[in-house]
Design a protein. Structure first.
Length: 392
Protein backbone atom coordinates (compact mmCIF):
# COMPACT_ATOMS: atom_id res chain seq x y z
CA UNK A 1 0.00 0.00 0.00
CA UNK A 2 1.26 3.48 -0.89
CA UNK A 3 0.43 6.42 1.36
CA UNK A 4 0.64 10.20 1.19
CA UNK A 5 1.32 12.35 4.24
CA UNK A 6 -1.28 15.00 4.99
CA UNK A 7 0.05 18.54 4.74
CA UNK A 8 0.72 20.63 7.83
CA UNK A 9 -1.55 23.60 8.55
CA UNK A 10 -1.01 26.35 5.95
CA UNK A 11 -0.24 29.96 6.69
CA UNK A 12 -3.26 31.84 8.00
CA UNK A 13 -5.05 28.79 9.40
CA UNK A 14 -6.33 28.74 12.98
CA UNK A 15 -4.59 26.01 14.96
CA UNK A 16 -5.27 24.86 18.50
CA UNK A 17 -2.19 23.30 20.11
CA UNK A 18 -2.40 21.07 23.16
CA UNK A 19 0.25 22.42 25.56
CA UNK A 20 1.67 20.45 28.48
CA UNK A 21 4.63 22.68 29.30
CA UNK A 22 7.05 20.14 27.85
CA UNK A 23 9.50 20.78 25.05
CA UNK A 24 7.55 18.84 22.39
CA UNK A 25 4.25 20.68 22.67
CA UNK A 26 5.93 24.04 23.24
CA UNK A 27 8.10 23.75 20.14
CA UNK A 28 5.07 22.56 18.15
CA UNK A 29 3.25 25.79 19.00
CA UNK A 30 6.29 27.89 18.12
CA UNK A 31 6.85 26.18 14.77
CA UNK A 32 3.22 26.77 13.80
CA UNK A 33 3.44 30.39 14.94
CA UNK A 34 6.50 30.91 12.75
CA UNK A 35 4.66 29.20 9.90
CA UNK A 36 2.17 32.04 9.94
CA UNK A 37 -0.69 30.22 11.66
CA UNK A 38 -2.90 31.80 14.27
CA UNK A 39 -2.04 29.61 17.26
CA UNK A 40 -4.27 29.08 20.29
CA UNK A 41 -2.73 27.19 23.19
CA UNK A 42 -4.84 24.97 25.45
CA UNK A 43 -3.89 22.93 28.49
CA UNK A 44 -6.09 20.28 30.01
CA UNK A 45 -6.38 20.45 33.80
CA UNK A 46 -6.53 16.94 35.25
CA UNK A 47 -5.71 17.39 38.92
CA UNK A 48 -8.61 18.10 41.30
CA UNK A 49 -6.80 17.27 44.54
CA UNK A 50 -9.11 14.41 45.53
CA UNK A 51 -6.17 12.13 46.33
CA UNK A 52 -5.52 13.75 49.70
CA UNK A 53 -2.71 11.40 50.68
CA UNK A 54 -0.61 12.85 47.88
CA UNK A 55 -1.14 16.59 48.13
CA UNK A 56 0.90 16.99 51.30
CA UNK A 57 3.75 14.85 49.98
CA UNK A 58 6.41 15.79 47.43
CA UNK A 59 5.09 16.50 43.93
CA UNK A 60 4.73 13.82 41.29
CA UNK A 61 8.04 13.69 39.48
CA UNK A 62 8.28 12.58 35.85
CA UNK A 63 4.50 12.10 35.71
CA UNK A 64 1.72 13.82 33.79
CA UNK A 65 -0.85 13.59 36.61
CA UNK A 66 -0.38 15.31 39.95
CA UNK A 67 -0.31 18.60 41.86
CA UNK A 68 2.73 19.71 39.86
CA UNK A 69 0.21 20.58 37.15
CA UNK A 70 0.01 24.16 38.51
CA UNK A 71 3.66 24.73 37.67
CA UNK A 72 3.10 23.34 34.17
CA UNK A 73 0.22 25.75 33.58
CA UNK A 74 2.25 28.73 34.78
CA UNK A 75 5.04 27.74 32.41
CA UNK A 76 2.56 27.53 29.53
CA UNK A 77 1.20 30.97 30.42
CA UNK A 78 4.69 32.48 30.34
CA UNK A 79 5.43 30.88 26.98
CA UNK A 80 2.18 32.07 25.41
CA UNK A 81 2.60 35.59 26.75
CA UNK A 82 6.14 35.76 25.37
CA UNK A 83 5.06 34.66 21.89
CA UNK A 84 1.69 36.46 21.81
CA UNK A 85 -0.37 33.27 21.75
CA UNK A 86 -3.95 33.11 23.01
CA UNK A 87 -4.12 30.66 25.91
CA UNK A 88 -6.85 28.70 27.74
CA UNK A 89 -6.98 26.07 30.50
CA UNK A 90 -9.73 23.47 30.07
CA UNK A 91 -10.86 21.58 33.16
CA UNK A 92 -11.31 17.91 32.24
CA UNK A 93 -10.64 16.48 35.72
CA UNK A 94 -14.10 14.92 36.08
CA UNK A 95 -13.80 13.11 32.76
CA UNK A 96 -10.23 12.07 33.58
CA UNK A 97 -11.25 10.61 36.93
CA UNK A 98 -13.94 8.51 35.29
CA UNK A 99 -12.35 7.51 31.99
CA UNK A 100 -8.75 7.05 33.09
CA UNK A 101 -8.35 6.68 36.86
CA UNK A 102 -11.43 4.51 37.45
CA UNK A 103 -10.63 2.43 34.39
CA UNK A 104 -7.05 2.02 35.61
CA UNK A 105 -8.12 0.80 39.05
CA UNK A 106 -10.92 -1.43 37.80
CA UNK A 107 -8.69 -3.15 35.25
CA UNK A 108 -5.96 -3.88 37.77
CA UNK A 109 -8.48 -5.22 40.28
CA UNK A 110 -9.86 -7.47 37.54
CA UNK A 111 -6.42 -9.03 37.06
CA UNK A 112 -5.54 -7.08 33.91
CA UNK A 113 -2.80 -4.58 33.12
CA UNK A 114 -4.33 -1.40 31.71
CA UNK A 115 -2.73 1.23 29.52
CA UNK A 116 -3.93 4.61 30.82
CA UNK A 117 -2.09 6.64 28.14
CA UNK A 118 -4.07 5.00 25.34
CA UNK A 119 -7.28 5.66 27.24
CA UNK A 120 -6.29 9.26 27.95
CA UNK A 121 -5.50 10.02 24.32
CA UNK A 122 -8.81 8.67 23.06
CA UNK A 123 -11.17 10.07 25.68
CA UNK A 124 -9.36 13.06 27.18
CA UNK A 125 -6.72 14.69 24.94
CA UNK A 126 -8.66 14.02 21.76
CA UNK A 127 -12.04 13.79 23.48
CA UNK A 128 -12.97 15.82 26.54
CA UNK A 129 -10.41 18.51 25.73
CA UNK A 130 -11.87 19.10 22.26
CA UNK A 131 -15.38 19.14 23.74
CA UNK A 132 -14.18 21.74 26.25
CA UNK A 133 -12.83 23.87 23.42
CA UNK A 134 -16.24 23.76 21.73
CA UNK A 135 -17.95 24.84 24.93
CA UNK A 136 -15.94 28.07 25.06
CA UNK A 137 -16.71 28.62 21.37
CA UNK A 138 -13.19 28.34 19.95
CA UNK A 139 -13.32 27.79 16.20
CA UNK A 140 -10.27 26.20 14.60
CA UNK A 141 -9.05 24.56 11.41
CA UNK A 142 -6.58 22.10 12.96
CA UNK A 143 -5.72 20.54 16.29
CA UNK A 144 -2.02 19.83 16.81
CA UNK A 145 0.03 18.16 19.52
CA UNK A 146 3.67 17.32 20.09
CA UNK A 147 3.25 13.59 19.51
CA UNK A 148 5.82 11.78 17.42
CA UNK A 149 3.54 10.37 14.73
CA UNK A 150 2.23 11.22 11.27
CA UNK A 151 -1.20 11.36 9.59
CA UNK A 152 -1.35 9.70 6.17
CA UNK A 153 -3.95 8.64 3.63
CA UNK A 154 -3.73 5.58 1.35
CA UNK A 155 -3.52 6.44 -2.33
CA UNK A 156 -5.79 3.51 -3.12
CA UNK A 157 -8.88 2.21 -1.35
CA UNK A 158 -8.23 0.36 1.91
CA UNK A 159 -8.80 -3.42 1.81
CA UNK A 160 -10.12 -3.20 -1.74
CA UNK A 161 -12.78 -0.63 -0.92
CA UNK A 162 -13.04 2.83 -2.40
CA UNK A 163 -12.43 4.44 1.00
CA UNK A 164 -9.22 6.30 1.83
CA UNK A 165 -9.44 7.05 5.55
CA UNK A 166 -6.87 8.98 7.54
CA UNK A 167 -4.40 6.63 9.18
CA UNK A 168 -1.59 6.94 11.72
CA UNK A 169 1.99 6.32 10.57
CA UNK A 170 5.21 6.09 12.51
CA UNK A 171 7.40 9.13 13.05
CA UNK A 172 10.92 9.42 11.65
CA UNK A 173 12.45 9.06 15.12
CA UNK A 174 11.69 5.42 15.92
CA UNK A 175 13.06 5.79 19.45
CA UNK A 176 10.35 8.34 20.27
CA UNK A 177 7.52 6.97 18.13
CA UNK A 178 4.18 7.30 19.96
CA UNK A 179 1.80 5.70 17.48
CA UNK A 180 1.10 2.80 19.85
CA UNK A 181 -0.61 5.26 22.20
CA UNK A 182 -2.72 6.80 19.41
CA UNK A 183 -4.13 3.78 17.61
CA UNK A 184 -7.67 4.22 18.95
CA UNK A 185 -8.18 7.68 17.45
CA UNK A 186 -10.94 7.48 14.82
CA UNK A 187 -10.17 8.41 11.21
CA UNK A 188 -12.82 11.13 11.07
CA UNK A 189 -11.14 12.90 14.00
CA UNK A 190 -7.72 12.63 12.33
CA UNK A 191 -8.91 14.73 9.38
CA UNK A 192 -8.22 17.87 11.42
CA UNK A 193 -5.30 16.53 13.49
CA UNK A 194 -1.64 17.11 12.64
CA UNK A 195 1.65 16.23 14.35
CA UNK A 196 4.28 18.80 13.28
CA UNK A 197 7.17 16.91 14.92
CA UNK A 198 6.66 13.81 12.76
CA UNK A 199 9.77 14.38 10.65
CA UNK A 200 12.05 15.59 13.44
CA UNK A 201 14.32 13.63 15.72
CA UNK A 202 14.20 14.34 19.43
CA UNK A 203 17.72 15.75 19.32
CA UNK A 204 16.59 18.26 16.68
CA UNK A 205 13.62 19.26 18.84
CA UNK A 206 15.93 20.11 21.73
CA UNK A 207 18.30 21.99 19.44
CA UNK A 208 15.50 24.12 18.00
CA UNK A 209 14.02 24.75 21.44
CA UNK A 210 17.38 25.85 22.85
CA UNK A 211 18.01 28.12 19.87
CA UNK A 212 14.65 29.78 20.55
CA UNK A 213 15.46 30.13 24.25
CA UNK A 214 12.46 28.09 25.32
CA UNK A 215 12.19 27.41 29.05
CA UNK A 216 10.89 23.92 28.25
CA UNK A 217 14.24 22.99 26.67
CA UNK A 218 15.74 22.69 30.16
CA UNK A 219 12.89 20.68 31.61
CA UNK A 220 12.94 16.97 32.36
CA UNK A 221 10.40 14.96 30.38
CA UNK A 222 7.38 13.22 31.89
CA UNK A 223 7.71 9.44 31.73
CA UNK A 224 4.63 7.96 33.40
CA UNK A 225 1.06 8.96 33.99
CA UNK A 226 1.55 8.57 37.76
CA UNK A 227 4.64 8.32 39.95
CA UNK A 228 5.08 4.78 41.29
CA UNK A 229 5.36 5.96 44.89
CA UNK A 230 1.76 7.24 44.71
CA UNK A 231 0.34 4.00 43.36
CA UNK A 232 -0.95 2.90 46.78
CA UNK A 233 -2.57 6.29 47.36
CA UNK A 234 -4.53 5.96 44.13
CA UNK A 235 -5.84 2.55 45.25
CA UNK A 236 -6.61 3.68 48.79
CA UNK A 237 -10.35 3.94 48.04
CA UNK A 238 -10.66 0.17 48.63
CA UNK A 239 -8.69 -2.24 50.76
CA UNK A 240 -6.48 -4.69 48.89
CA UNK A 241 -7.61 -8.31 49.05
CA UNK A 242 -4.68 -10.69 49.70
CA UNK A 243 -4.70 -14.14 48.15
CA UNK A 244 -2.51 -17.07 47.20
CA UNK A 245 0.49 -17.37 44.95
CA UNK A 246 0.22 -20.79 43.32
CA UNK A 247 2.30 -22.78 40.85
CA UNK A 248 0.94 -24.13 37.55
CA UNK A 249 -0.39 -27.21 39.38
CA UNK A 250 -2.27 -25.14 41.95
CA UNK A 251 0.18 -25.70 44.81
CA UNK A 252 0.25 -22.75 47.19
CA UNK A 253 3.62 -20.98 47.22
CA UNK A 254 2.83 -17.97 49.37
CA UNK A 255 0.55 -14.96 49.75
CA UNK A 256 0.13 -11.96 47.49
CA UNK A 257 -0.95 -8.55 48.79
CA UNK A 258 -3.69 -7.84 46.21
CA UNK A 259 -4.08 -8.33 42.46
CA UNK A 260 -3.52 -4.65 41.67
CA UNK A 261 0.12 -4.92 42.72
CA UNK A 262 1.13 -7.39 39.99
CA UNK A 263 1.37 -7.76 36.24
CA UNK A 264 2.23 -10.56 33.83
CA UNK A 265 5.99 -11.10 33.56
CA UNK A 266 6.76 -9.48 36.91
CA UNK A 267 9.66 -11.00 38.80
CA UNK A 268 10.58 -8.55 41.55
CA UNK A 269 8.64 -7.97 44.71
CA UNK A 270 6.98 -11.38 44.84
CA UNK A 271 8.46 -12.45 48.18
CA UNK A 272 8.47 -16.13 47.24
CA UNK A 273 11.57 -18.29 47.64
CA UNK A 274 12.40 -20.69 44.82
CA UNK A 275 15.35 -22.61 43.41
CA UNK A 276 14.83 -20.92 40.03
CA UNK A 277 13.47 -17.40 39.38
CA UNK A 278 9.68 -17.21 39.26
CA UNK A 279 7.54 -14.81 37.27
CA UNK A 280 3.87 -13.87 37.25
CA UNK A 281 2.44 -16.13 34.54
CA UNK A 282 -1.29 -15.63 35.07
CA UNK A 283 -3.61 -13.54 37.23
CA UNK A 284 -6.88 -15.27 38.11
CA UNK A 285 -9.28 -12.62 39.42
CA UNK A 286 -12.11 -15.10 39.94
CA UNK A 287 -10.05 -17.20 42.34
CA UNK A 288 -7.97 -14.24 43.58
CA UNK A 289 -4.86 -16.24 42.75
CA UNK A 290 -1.62 -15.37 41.00
CA UNK A 291 0.11 -18.19 39.14
CA UNK A 292 3.91 -18.15 39.27
CA UNK A 293 6.11 -20.06 36.85
CA UNK A 294 9.59 -20.13 35.37
CA UNK A 295 10.33 -17.85 32.44
CA UNK A 296 9.89 -20.47 29.74
CA UNK A 297 6.24 -20.82 30.74
CA UNK A 298 5.54 -17.21 29.78
CA UNK A 299 5.94 -17.81 26.03
CA UNK A 300 2.74 -17.73 23.94
CA UNK A 301 2.09 -18.90 20.38
CA UNK A 302 -0.90 -16.64 19.83
CA UNK A 303 -3.26 -14.21 21.48
CA UNK A 304 -6.91 -13.34 21.24
CA UNK A 305 -7.84 -9.66 21.26
CA UNK A 306 -11.14 -7.83 21.08
CA UNK A 307 -12.51 -4.26 21.27
CA UNK A 308 -10.83 -3.53 17.93
CA UNK A 309 -10.62 -0.26 16.06
CA UNK A 310 -9.91 -0.12 12.33
CA UNK A 311 -9.15 2.96 10.18
CA UNK A 312 -12.41 4.24 8.74
CA UNK A 313 -14.16 1.36 10.57
CA UNK A 314 -13.17 -0.85 7.64
CA UNK A 315 -12.52 -4.39 8.87
CA UNK A 316 -10.16 -6.67 6.94
CA UNK A 317 -12.06 -9.22 4.87
CA UNK A 318 -9.26 -11.75 4.71
CA UNK A 319 -6.50 -13.43 6.69
CA UNK A 320 -3.39 -11.28 6.45
CA UNK A 321 0.17 -10.97 7.73
CA UNK A 322 1.62 -7.91 9.45
CA UNK A 323 3.87 -6.89 12.31
CA UNK A 324 2.38 -6.32 15.74
CA UNK A 325 3.40 -4.68 19.00
CA UNK A 326 2.06 -6.13 22.24
CA UNK A 327 3.39 -3.28 24.39
CA UNK A 328 5.03 0.07 23.78
CA UNK A 329 8.62 -1.02 24.36
CA UNK A 330 8.41 -4.45 22.77
CA UNK A 331 10.00 -5.18 19.42
CA UNK A 332 7.61 -5.66 16.54
CA UNK A 333 6.74 -9.30 15.90
CA UNK A 334 5.54 -10.77 12.62
CA UNK A 335 2.17 -12.48 12.88
CA UNK A 336 -0.87 -13.80 11.04
CA UNK A 337 -4.15 -12.03 11.83
CA UNK A 338 -7.52 -13.70 11.32
CA UNK A 339 -11.04 -13.54 12.66
CA UNK A 340 -11.51 -15.67 15.77
CA UNK A 341 -14.65 -17.72 16.31
CA UNK A 342 -14.93 -18.81 19.97
CA UNK A 343 -15.55 -22.50 20.53
CA UNK A 344 -17.84 -23.98 23.19
CA UNK A 345 -14.91 -24.22 25.60
CA UNK A 346 -14.23 -20.48 25.36
CA UNK A 347 -16.56 -18.71 27.78
CA UNK A 348 -14.80 -15.33 27.69
CA UNK A 349 -17.16 -12.35 27.32
CA UNK A 350 -15.64 -10.57 24.32
CA UNK A 351 -16.23 -6.93 23.47
CA UNK A 352 -17.09 -6.88 19.79
CA UNK A 353 -15.58 -9.26 17.25
CA UNK A 354 -12.42 -11.00 18.54
CA UNK A 355 -9.36 -11.62 16.36
CA UNK A 356 -6.65 -14.25 16.60
CA UNK A 357 -3.04 -13.15 16.20
CA UNK A 358 -0.56 -15.99 15.72
CA UNK A 359 3.11 -15.10 16.10
CA UNK A 360 5.82 -16.34 13.78
CA UNK A 361 7.96 -16.69 16.90
CA UNK A 362 6.67 -17.16 20.45
CA UNK A 363 6.25 -13.98 22.49
CA UNK A 364 6.89 -13.63 26.22
CA UNK A 365 4.56 -12.08 28.80
CA UNK A 366 1.56 -11.38 26.58
CA UNK A 367 -0.55 -9.36 28.97
CA UNK A 368 -4.37 -9.15 29.11
CA UNK A 369 -5.50 -5.53 29.26
CA UNK A 370 -2.60 -4.25 27.18
CA UNK A 371 -3.11 -3.39 23.51
CA UNK A 372 -1.92 -5.18 20.42
CA UNK A 373 -1.35 -2.77 17.54
CA UNK A 374 -1.01 -3.98 13.95
CA UNK A 375 1.41 -2.31 11.52
CA UNK A 376 2.35 -2.69 7.89
CA UNK A 377 4.88 -0.43 6.17
CA UNK A 378 5.00 1.69 9.31
CA UNK A 379 1.26 2.45 9.21
CA UNK A 380 -1.33 1.29 11.74
CA UNK A 381 -3.85 -1.13 10.22
CA UNK A 382 -5.80 -1.52 13.45
CA UNK A 383 -5.55 -2.60 17.04
CA UNK A 384 -7.41 -4.10 19.97
CA UNK A 385 -7.16 -5.06 23.61
CA UNK A 386 -5.55 -8.37 24.55
CA UNK A 387 -8.07 -10.71 26.14
CA UNK A 388 -5.86 -13.77 26.61
CA UNK A 389 -2.94 -15.69 25.18
CA UNK A 390 -2.47 -19.34 24.34
CA UNK A 391 0.08 -22.01 23.62
CA UNK A 392 -0.33 -24.55 20.83
Amino acid sequence: MVYEALALPPEGSIVVVGLSGGVDSTLTALLLKRRGCKVIGVTMSLWDGHIKEVQSEKPFHDACYGPGEKEDIEECKRFCKQWDIEYHVIDVSEEYNQEVLEYFKNEYRAGKTPNPCIRCNRFIKFGALLEGIKKIDIKYDYFCTGHYAMIVRPKEGLWGTGDRPCMIACANDESKDQTYFLYRLPSELLEKVRFPLATLRKSQVFELAKEAGLEAAERKESQDFIDSQYFDALFADKASVPGDFVDENGRVLGRHKGLEHYTIGQRRGLGVSSKNPLYVAKIDAEKNQIVLAEKNSLASDYLIADDFVWPGNIEPDQVFEASVKIRLRSKSAFATIEEYIPGPEDNHAYTGKPWKITFNEKQNAVTPGQSVVIYRDGVILGGGVIANSKKI
